[in-house]
Design a binder for this molecule. Structure first.
Ligand code: C2E
Ligand code: MG
Ligand code: MG
Ligand code: MG
Length: 287
C-alpha cells in the first residue's frame, strides 16, 4: 500500500513540478525580454513621518506588466530573477531610476527627500565592485549617500559571509543609509544588531496587522521601537492599513509609517504631484 501511495504521489507530483519548473523558466525568459525592452516600471510608495504627517521618503518597488498575463507580483518574479542572476541587472536598473528620480525631487521640491531601494542578497554576493559603482552613480548625481537608503533583509546579515558584511560596511562608510526590511519575521537574531551599523528597522506588516490595545503585537512593536531608539535607529512600520493602526503606532513612538492607509505604490509622476501639493500646503501654514 505504501509503495502504491508512494508511486501515486510520484506520478502526481512530477508533472506538477515539471509544469512549475517550465513556468519559472518561461517567466525567466520573458523577464529578460522585459528588461531589455524597458518594460519594467519603478513605482514609489510614500513613507510618512508620523509626528508631522508628512511624506519624507518613498520606497522604490519594481513592477512588471506581462504582455499576456498582466501584472506579475515581485514576490513571484524576484525569486526567479535571483536564481537566474537577472536580479543583478534588474537591481542596477531600479537603482538608476531611483537615483535619477530622487535627484529631481530633491532639486525641485524637497531637498531632504530620500528614496529607499530593495537590495537582494544576491547583489551583495556577486561582486565586490558593486558598492563603488552605486556610490559613483550617487556622487555623479550630486547627491549625498544618505539620499538613498538600501533595504536589506535579515538573511543577508545572518548568513554572515565576509564579502557581504564588508560591502555593507563600505556602503555605510560612503554614507548610504541601511534599513533592515521585514524586521521580526526572519531568523531574527539580535546579535547582528550589535555587529552591524543599521540606520533603520522596518517592522514587518505581520505585527502591524495584529495591532490592538493590549495585544502582544503592540507589546512587541513597543519593545522593538524602544530597542531601536536605544541603538540610534529609526523605525518604519510597514503595512499600515487603518487610522487605528497609525494612531497606536504614533502613541508608542514609532517614527515613520508606510502602507495602504497612507498611499499605495504609485508612478513617479504621481508621487511628484503629491510632494508638490504637500509643499504647497506647508507654504500656506507658517510654522
Ligand atoms: P518589501 O520590500 O517588504 O515591500 C513592501 C511590500 O508591501 C510591497 O509589495 C508593497 O506593495 C506592500 N505593501 C505596502 N503597504 C501595504 C499594506 O498596507 N498592506 C499590504 N498587504 N501590503 C502592503 P510588492 O511591491 O508586491 O513587493 C513585494 C516584495 O518584492 C518586496 O517586499 C521586496 O522584497 C520585493 N521587491 C520589490 N521590488 C524590488 C526590487 O526592486 N528589488 C528587489 N531586490 N526586491 C524587490
Ligand atoms: Mg522593502
Ligand atoms: Mg518590507
Ligand atoms: Mg515585506
Amino acid at each position: 500500500v505504501a509503495k502504491d501511495a508512494g508511486r501515486n504521489r510520484y506520478a502526481y507530483f512530477t508533472p506538477a513540478l515539471q509544469r512549475a519548473a517550465q513556468n519559472r523558466m518561461r517567466l525567466g525568459n520573458d523577464l529578460r525580454d522585459a528588461l531589455a525592452a524597458e518594460n519594467l516600471q519603478v513605482v514609489y510608495q510614500p513613507i510618512v513621518d508620523l509626528r508631522r504627517g508628512r511624506v519624507c521618503k518613498a520606497e522604490a518597488l519594481v513592477r512588471w506588466h506581462h504582455p499576456e498575463r498582466g501584472p506579475v507580483s515581485p514576490a513571484e518574479f524576484i525569486p526567479i530573477a535571483e536564481s537566474s542572476g537577472l536580479i543583478l541587472e534588474i537591481g542596477e536598473w531600479v537603482f538608476r531610476q531611483a537615483v535619477r528620480d530622487v535627484q529631481r525631487w530633491r532639486a525641485e521640491i524637497d531637498e531632504q527627500f530620500q528614496v529607499s531601494v530593495n537590495k537582494s542578497p544576491v547583489q551583495f554576493h556577486s561582486e565586490s565592485g558593486m558598492h563603488t559603482r552605486w556610490l559613483r552613480q550617487v556622487v555623479e548625481a550630486g547627491l549625498p549617500g544618505d539620499a538613498v537608503s538600501l533595504e536589506i533583509t535579515e538573511g543577508l546579515l545572518l548568513e554572515g559571509g565576509d564579502g557581504a558584511s564588508q560591502q555593507l560596511m563600505a556602503l555605510r562608510r560612503a554614507g548610504f543609509s541601511v534599513a533592515l526590511d521585514d524586521f521580526g519575521t526572519g531568523y531574527s537574531s539580535l546579535s547582528y544588531l550589535q555587529h552591524y551599523e543599521i540606520d533603520c528597522l522596518k517592522i514587518d506588516r505581520a505585527f502591524v496587522h495584529e495591532l490592538e490595545p493590549g495585544s502582544k503585537a503592540l507589546a512587541l512593536c513597543r519593545a522593538i521601537i524602544t530597542m531601536a531608539h536605544e541603538l540610534g535607529m529609526s523605525v518604519v512600520a510597514e503595512g499600515v492599513e487603518t487610522a487605528h493602526q497609525r494612531d497606536l503606532l504614533a502613541s508608542i513612538g514609532c517614527d515613520l509609517g508606510q502602507g495602504f492607509f497612507f498611499a499605495r505604490p504609485m508612478p513617479a509622476q504621481a508621487l511628484e504631484a503629491l510632494l508638490r501639493q504637500q509643499r504647497g500646503e506647508q507654504d500656506l501654514t507658517p510654522e
